[in-house]
Write a protein that binds this ligand. Sequence first.
Ligand code: HEC
Length: 139
Amino acid sequence: MTTRIRLAGGFLLGLVLAGGAFAHGDVQPQPVNTDGLDPLGTEWKEENPYRGNAKAVAIGDSGFNQNCARCHGLQMISGGLAPDLRYLPTGKEGDEYFVERMKHGAVVNGVTKMPAFDGVLSQEAMWAIRTYIEAKHEE
Ligand code: HEC
């Protein structure tokens, strides 16, 4: 029963998004081209190394729309499926929170509400997305 409800939800979501950039409700992570950003290596940074970098904002914009918008909303304007990330704290506090989510995703009562992105997106791509999120911050 639960499965059927979840499937129906996914189907409806697919329908809603099919009109936009997310035809077929595709849930595969999309690679993000981070050419032009300084490489970061494999060790996780604690703080956003790209903060305020305009190139990172542009790359993060496209990375976000491909990988996050189907839940968090186009342009980060959430339709209520997932938190509205425009209100994520800025600076190091927000960075730490962001990294935790990227590493572990969100599992609530055994149901994966958000997939983990560690090993799926590069660290460069994730910090570019964080740079974009912070650039659109609202109080
Ligand atoms: C399948 C849907 C889905 C996708 C895709 C997704 N998220 Fe999420 N995300 C969620 C949900 C649902 C939550 C809230 C989980 C909870 O209840 O704790 C969340 C929480 C978060 C939070 C914590 C926000 C807060 O205020 O607590 C951050 C940061 C975040 N997501 C970033 C991202 C980024 C960046 C991407 C893309 C790389 C992404 N998410 C992709 C569903 C998703």
